[in-house]
Design a protein. Sequence first.
Length: 577
Amino acid sequence: MDQIKKIKILNVPEYTGSLVSKDVKTSKIPPLGIAQITSYLRKKGYEIDQDDLNIKIYHDLFYKKSKLDLSIINELQPVKKYILGKKDEKLKKITKKILQKTNLNQVDMICLSASYQDNLSTLLSSLLIAKHLKSKYSVPIVLGGSISNLDEKTVIEFFSFAYHQKILDYLIIGPGEVPLYKLIQCLNQNKNLNNIPGLVYYQKDKLISQNRHIEIFQQPDFSGLPLELYKHYPNCKTTKTHQHKNILILPFQLIHGCPNRCIFCGGSAQRPPLKFMNPSQIVNNLKQLKQKYSTQYFFLLSSTINISKKFINELCDEIIKQKLDILWSDCARFNNLDEQTLKKMRSAGCIRLVYGLETASPRMLKYIHKGTNVEQASKILQLSSQAGIWNGLEIIAGLPTEKEKDIDYTLKFLKDNQAYIDDIYLNPYHMAQGSLLKKFPEKYGIKNIKRINLWGQPDQSNFNRISQIYSYDEIYGHPWEEKKKQITYSYQKINECLKNKISHQLPPYDILPFLFYSYKKLIKKSKVYDYLKKYITQKKINFSFSIQYLYDLSWVLKNKSKTYNNLIKLLKGKTRP
């Protein structure tokens, strides 16, 4: 085969369902993964052309009033039949329109990056794109991305289907920088692929799947992505004289792994080594990104930024010392924090922390190995709020062995601490493949684990957004059919607390940029909060219903036009969820 010199990397489109936004209805944060791979391969001497089909499609849908119906890329059976050879002009047409958004001339390899979130859409759009590309270009096509985070076996089965239809050649599981580089080297030198970590491929009709590569730190290179399309154009003013300019929020990762082993987490069974940059390196990298892309807004992607009190204090000291002047958001735990540290974090530019509590039941906190207690959580939330930081709280509904009393503990905690909780991120429990719960089920009170969904389609017998890939029975509690109902019940009961949160009056994709806008000019949290209330009142925004309601509505009605009509009535205030 010809030498691979020029590689095209594409972020494929996703279907965001009925998620509501006053702007483009998808995340306007550039994809970090392909920017890191691009940076790594460019330093190795390869010509990389990266592009984001997702943001381009959604930009056209919002600003150019495109009529493209993306819901079709989340429909498993039509896509599967099309890949198997059935004619489908609608799918063929939508794939062509998607690919018209990028230039594919004279490339030697095409890499598709998919992000498996709450549905199959990125996996299915990858299939459609790969099928079209294979019909036009005789180059290797590689699939990667964060699709393997939930269920690696499902993704491998998905790849096997695509491979046997001759539309995908390779799959990379986990971090892609080193595996993709080694794959290109081996193909160029006609060498065996056996020693490439994270690579999944076929050799003489035998599936070869190798262990993941350990994550590395790589300064992202966003050059080539349509950066103008990620910028937020707010139509609001924080003061009478100040109109916000468009801003660009960049993602950045400074920590790999997590020091904790919460039993529900997909990385808890085989915990990867904890790795982190030193504070001076972090600040230097952020400074370079700030200068190169003219932005001071950063979305940090750590499982826990306060991995130790020493680390978080040294990082903040370095940011302050170098006068970096940035604003940032990240995730945190309730330990390794105190009043002084939180105030320092705010001085270093932290505007939001999302804390993982999961449950406020003392029994359940011990059961999931959370390593915290409700008293500590309550204290830190109060201190964090007083320091001027916007507090988000992660809650999981329907954890294994959860009882009514456990739900009541969580509800009481949310009520008692409502003055210090600004956002609640509620997720229905689903079993993750790499979790301790999955690896040692009987130790944690569950049994009879079965895969119930080959490709992770949503289970329409309940209203969970996240696909249930595994079923299980509780040893001393609910069998699976009852457990599904309990998860839904728990979700709906806790979900009532979201209606009282002022931030949930804003569409979900709009809250983070709004916080960056307002913190930049108003500085104080109290002023940001008051401004948010005023803004919502003035604009008459009424998005207090939950995203979950839209999924419930579409599944109950099972008719897209009825769902749409009910949504319009809802937005006009003629009906209520």
